[in-house]
Write a new protein. Structure first.
Length: 279
C-alpha cells in the first residue's frame, strides 16, 4: 500500500534538507578553509571526472563549517558530465559525443557503455561474482535512431489498443523515452539482468542480483534511476533493472540524500543559484 501523500511529502522535504546540508568533508587549511570531496575510486586507474575542482571549492567559513555546499560547489557537481540529466523535459544536447566500450553479455542488444561506466561495471560485476552473484549488462548505449524505433513501436502498441494518437504517445513515453530524451543515449544508463531472471521487468527486484546492487552499486558509481514512489517526479514507471552511472562520489551523495536523481539535481540547481533550502 502506498504511503499517505502528506507523509511522502514530509519525507521528501526532510530528504531535501539532508542533501542541502550534507557534510562531504571539510578540512581546515592554514589561514584558509578548503573544501575537499573524498572520492572512492570505483576502478583503479579509471578516469574520475572531477566532481569538485579545487578552483570551485572556495566558500565562506560559515558555509563550510555548517556542512553546506556553496553555490560554486553545487555548480561544480552540476557541471560534472556524469551528472547530465536527460528526461522528458531535458533533451540531450545536439552533437553530444562519447567514447564507448563493450561490456554487455552475449545476449545483450546494446553492448556498450561510456568507457568509464563500462570499467566501473566490470569492477562491480567482478565484485558481485566473488559474492556468488551473476550480474549482466543487457542494454546500454542506444543511438537516437534505435531509440526512435523503440518509441515508435511502443506508440503503435497503444494505438492498436485503441488509444488516440496523443494518448498512445503519452503512454509510450512512460515506458520508453522519446528519441533525444532517453539517457541511454548518454552511454551512462545500463539495463541489468541475471541468469536467474533475464527479463527486464519488475520481477528483477526479487533476485539476488538486485539485492546485491541495492547494497553495493553505489560503491561503483551506479544509482537506481527510477525508484518506487518517484514516478510523479521521474515520469517513468518503477524500473528495478535500470541503473545509472554518475560516479562513486556522486552516487554516494545521492543515496545519502534519499532523493531520486531529478530531485537531487533540482536541489543542486537551487544551491548553485544561491537559494536557501528550507522545508
Amino acid at each position: 500500500m502506498s504511503a499517505h501523500p502528506s507523509r511522502r511529502h514530509h519525507r521528501r522535504r526532510r530528504a531535501i534538507r539532508r542533501v542541502a546540508g550534507l557534510t562531504l568533508a571539510v578540512c581546515l587549511a592554514v589561514g584558509a578553509v578548503s573544501f575537499v570531496l573524498h572520492r572512492k575510486q570505483a576502478v583503479p586507474g579509471a578516469s574520475a571526472a572531477s566532481a569538485l575542482p579545487d578552483t570551485a571549492a572556495s566558500g565562506s567559513a560559515a558555509e563550510t563549517e555548517n556542512g553546506l555546499l556553496t553555490a560554486a560547489q553545487a555548480q561544480a557537481l552540476l557541471d560534472d558530465p556524469r551528472m547530465v540529466l536527460v528526461n522528458h523535459t531535458h533533451k540531450l544536447a545536439d552533437g553530444y559525443t562519447i567514447t564507448t566500450k563493450k561490456c554487455g553479455s552475449s545476449t545483450a542488444i546494446n553492448k556498450d557503455l561510456q568507457t568509464e561506466a563500462a570499467d566501473a561495471f566490470f569492477a562491480m560485476q567482478a565484485a558481485a561474482a566473488k559474492d556468488g552473484v551473476d550480474i549482466r549488462m543487457q542494454s546500454g548505449y542506444r543511438s537516437v535512431d534505435y531509440q526512435t524505433k523503440l518509441y515508435n513501436n511502443k506508440t503503435q502498441y497503444y494505438r492498436d489498443q485503441g488509444c488516440s494518437e496523443a494518448d498512445a504517445r503519452a503512454k509510450a513515453a512512460t515506458i520508453v523515452n522519446p528519441p533525444g530524451y532517453s539517457e541511454h543515449a548518454t552511454g551512462l544508463a545500463a539495463d541489468l539482468n541475471t541468469p536467474e531472471h533475464t527479463s527486464l521487468d519488475e520481477g528483477f527486484e526479487n533476485t539476488a542480483a538486485f539485492r546485491w546492487l541495492c547494497q553495493h552499486a553505489v560503491e561503483y558509481g551506479f544509482i537506481l534511476r527510477y525508484p518506487k514512489e518517484a514516478e510523479a517526479v521521474t515520469e517513468i514507471t518503477y524500473e528495478p533493472w535500470h541503473w545509472r552511472y554518475v560516479g562513486p562520489e556522486n552516487a554516494a551523495l545521492i543515496q545519502q540524500s534519499g532523493l531520486c536523481f531529478e530531485d537531487a539535481v533540482a536541489v543542486l540547481q537551487k544551491l548553485a543559484a544561491g537559494e536557501k533550502i528550507t522545508g
